[in-house]
Design a protein around this ligand. Sequence first.
Ligand code: MLT
Length: 428
Amino acid sequence: MAKTAELIVDGKTYKFPLVEGTENETAIDIGNLLEEAGLITLDLGYKNTGATKSAITFLDGDKGILRYRGYSIEELAASSNFLEVAYLLIFGELPTTDQYKKFSDDIKKHTMVHEDTRKILDGFPSSSHPMGVLASMFCAQTAFYPESLDPNRSSEAVYLSIIRSLAKMPTFAAWAYKNAMGHPVNYPDNSLDYCARFMKMMYALPAEQYEIDPVVADALDKLLILHADHEQNCSTSTVRIVGSSKASIYSSISAGINALWGPLHGGANQEVILMLEQIKKDGGDTDKWIAKAKDKNSGFRLMGFGHRVYKNFDPRAKIIKKAADDVLKKLGVNDPVLEIALKLEEVALRDSYFIERKLYPNVDFYSGIIYRALGIPVDMFTVMFAMGRLPGWIAQWKELRENKEPIGRPRQIYTGQNLRPYVAIKKR
Ligand code: MLT
């Protein structure tokens, strides 16, 4: 007998089925609520609302669990690499050796972008934020690959769009950086792997024999794994709702990039460093700023602490913290801003004010520290997040299309004027 939930409104009882997931999460299926009871639900920010059923990522906010297709983030971060994780998220299983080689080779075939993309890039002043450049260049791919406008064209066409998206993201990201620097762009060197190829496009100067630092490339690869997917977060939900209208993968990803840009989402890692630099500029007195964070009237909020879903700790933060320690040691980085970060972390982890409010350092706190140590400029931090999240966006877009999910169309509670007559004014 299927379990049900009962809703009693004005003395009338309505029954709705309970839906249980493979990790025993339970939801009330209210798909017929409006039809049966003439009611809708209201849940600002959808914090209590499931938008879909998904087999891609499982997270448990209370236990600090994060798994991609059933594999723990700890094991994947320790033993896998970003391209293998991307394959796992998108196709549901880890690749065989042959599948991995074909996937990697297919990506290498498409790392170049249409040269006319340069004309679009040239239209952006160097003051442009790289996220705006990235979102625009992604959406522009619909112009170069118009067949992508039919997302259901064929599985081969969808695979090609997926490969093109993964292949060109590092090129677009590096070009957005070069545009901000006012430097000439570099073209992809396919003799290198994913992260090394990106680093060389970012930092190689004309006629320079750019040396890849394996410590940096490995740290980046781990960061991309940790950001690869995160269930129905803001930007992924954006990709899904845009994709639900049968928009192309490129326009859906472009929408996701724009949603990620916000300081409350992917922009948080940039806000962390800006906050640390503000504290440094003010003299580096962390106790003073901790006191401001506790003072509701100060208007100051510690960025990079706490999480909407994780109640006790962000599993990714634990992994990144170790990676940050390793990278700082290996690179011999001695940065006063990073010293301030470590002091804030030390207080937050022992101060009852932060412990009671679950304000522990999250993934954005540590990722900003690593990116800075890797020499990545602060307004490229969210671009790095987008590079990492791309396979998750692709996997979720692909899943909704394969599941033939309906167009997303939430309802509302109207709070405006009641009916009133139109009275024309004398216009002249
Ligand atoms: C993410 O990884 O997308 C962020 O932690 C935000 C979220 O999951 O809501």
